[in-house]
Design a protein around this ligand. Structure first.
Ligand SMILES: NC(=O)C1=CN([C@@H]2O[C@H](COP(=O)(O)OP(=O)(O)OC[C@H]3O[C@@H](n4cnc5c(N)ncnc54)[C@H](OP(=O)(O)O)[C@@H]3O)[C@@H](O)[C@H]2O)[C@@H](O)CC1
Ligand SMILES: [K+]
Length: 504
């Protein structure tokens, strides 16, 4: 069993990793880091092989030092009695000294070398050592063909450092029309990387293990971002006292529900209620349902003329872009209430410099929960540009709005106006369903209403929302066919579990 160390959650950019690599490299005898990388990768490979040690292992080795790591690993596997076959694709440039000696060691040992991928090979494991953090452009030619051929294989694939073809900083497959290895496992050297956990990263990296290759933790720079965990909001997880009443846990008012869109605020209100808001209101723009027959505890009111007071406001679900919607949003922005903006409210802020400046000038807590297209509207760009660098986009949104931002999508990025960033590690494809964002908005509103600061409310809501989806999948409910309406009760179970485990 491999337990993650706390520093494994620290995420470093390629520029930072190069600096870590250089200072470690200078302090050690030549070839030490690559040897350590080859040993750590071989240990992981043997674990993954388990009882299938009689099967051959295919090792793909590219032109750079990532290929050197792969050659070291192949020699180590061969020394352990494994049938290790290397497909080596050197480039035009001369290999580094370490890679050249790794090549020599493999040649001198019992590693087998092959020239092409044999059809239908029955591999115990495939190791991807084509490219690491030195990848500079999209894979083409023989590299592309090889990576495409891996998709037909049905065995574990271990990527060394980064799945080849993936940008380690952003998690985008390097394109245009790019291709990247779809690994089941990745061993990340000298620190963890943001690109393994967001955008295409989760689909391509699989399970990530970090190996520090023996570097001194005291020498590490402060990370560019962190991977989320329940520890980041554990301080807020308090068991409820017996002698309490609903007035203590705050009111959430969901403002939205234009004509024909009442479902969105209802889902948000359920999310708020199940995460413990004292009272939950649905303030609808247009005449809609008088009550929720599934959850009659939610109080329905017309938004027009409703006294928001200091209640926590969740603005945007199904709100539309009418003049009335804009007026309500302006009132909400000018209030002292904790505020969550979702969906149409974000689009409206993106279209109005006046609303944006009201948002940026607020002193009460504010959280925004854009999906990539809403984020693009806020930044005046395209969803593709947001997805090409989700961390940069989320940070820019937080800076411009002076609010905490949850940029939704695989590996949601949570950005603080001070530049701090966290990538949420929980959740699954079941969340890509209508209404799941509405539930998240309501959940975050409930945490704000209970006095959580914006940053911890955002971290907590994103983590619990994803963990709720993971819990449903563990019970066979999804990812295919998971519905947003199933999330609130699962989220409640997750929150209570966390409080029981960690609450003080
Ligand atoms: N140094 C150390 O001590 C340690 C290093 N470590 C390991 O080294 C890895 C980084 O090594 P690296 O810098 O050699 O980069 P890597 O990713 O192997 O590839 C670069 C080569 O690929 C080429 N190339 C790029 N893109 C291409 C494309 N699309 N298609 C074709 N070619 C392309 C590029 O050539 P060029 O761009 O100049 O044409 C260059 O030749 C790191 O991820 C980790 O695994 C660890 O063991 C720790 C110790
Ligand atoms: K790789």
């Amino acid at each position: 069993m491999h337990d993650n160390a706390p520093m494994d959650n620290d995420l470093y950019t390629v520029a930072q990793l190069r600096a870590i690599e250089q200072s470690a490299y200078a302090a050690l005898p030549p070839g030490t880091l690559m040897r350590r990388a080859g040993e750590a990768a071989a240990r992981f490979a043997l674990e993954l092989l388990g009882g299938r040690r009689d099967r051959p292992v295919l090792v793909l080795a590219g032109p750079g030092n990532n290929g050197g790591d792969a050659l070291e690993l192949a020699s180590n596997l061969a020394d352990a009695g494994i049938d290790a076959l290397v497909l080596h694709l050197p480039g035009q440039r001369e290999a580094s000294d370490e890679t050249a000696s790794a090549h020599e060691r493999a040649r001198d040992g019992t590693v087998g070398f092959i020239d092409m991928l044999p059809p239908g090979g029955d591999w115990g494991l495939v190791v991807d050592g084509l490219f690491g953090i030195g990848l500079t452009r999209a894979l083409d030619g023989q590299y592309r063909d090889l990576v495409a051929a891996l998709d037909a294989l049905r065995c574990p694939i271990l990527a060394l450092d980064v799945p080849s073809g993936l940008d380690a900083d952003t998690g985008a497959v390097i394109g245009p029309d790019g291709i990247a290895v779809r690994a089941t496992h990745t061993i990340s050297f000298l620190g963890n990387k943001p690109g393994l956990h967001t955008a295409d990263g989760r689909d391509h990296a699989g399970q990530v293990r970090v190996d520090w290759l023996g570097v001194d933790p005291a020498q590490l720079p402060s990370p560019a971002a962190r991977l989320g965990s329940a520890e980041l909001f554990a301080q807020r997880l308090r068991p409820r006292r017996h002698n309490t009443h609903k007035g203590i846990f705050g009111d959430v008012v969901v403002i939205g529900g234009a004509h024909g869109m009442a479902g969105a605020p209802v889902l948000a209100a359920r999310g708020a209620m199940y995460l413990g808001a004292g009272r939950t209101f649905a303030a609808l723009l247009d005449p809609g349902p008088g009550y929720d027959s599934v959850q009659p505890e939610i109080m329905f009111r017309p938004a027009d003329g409703f006294e928001f007071g200091k209640r926590t406001l969740v603005v945007g679900p199904g709100m539309g872009g009418s003049a009335a919607a804009m007026r309500l949003l302006a009132t909400a922005l000018d209030s002292d209430s904790p505020l969550l903006l979702d969906a149409d409210a974000i689009t409206l802020v993106g279209a109005s410099p006046d609303l944006l400046s009201r948002l940026a000038q607020r002193s009460a807590p504010a959280v925004l929960t854009p999906h990539p297209l809403e984020g693009a509207r806020l930044l005046g760009t395209t969803a593709a540009a947001v997805q090409a660098d989700r961390l940069a986009a989320a940070r820019e949104m937080a800076l411009r709005t002076r609010a905490t931002v949850i940029l939704k999508g695989s590996g949601s990025v949570i950005a603080h106006p001070d530049g701090s960033m966290v990538i949420n590690p929980t959740g699954n494809a079941g969340l890509a369903t209508a209404g799941s964002g509405d539930v998240l908005a309501g959940m975050c509103g409930a945490l704000l209403a209970q006095g959580w600061p914006a940053w911890e409310a955002a971290l907590g809501a994103a983590w619990i929302h994803g963990a709720a989806a993971d819990l449903l999948v563990a019970h066979g409910i999804g990812p295919i066919g998971m519905t947003a309406g199933e999330l609130p009760a699962a989220a409640r179970a997750v929150l209570n579990m966390l409080v029981n485990e960690t609450g003080v």
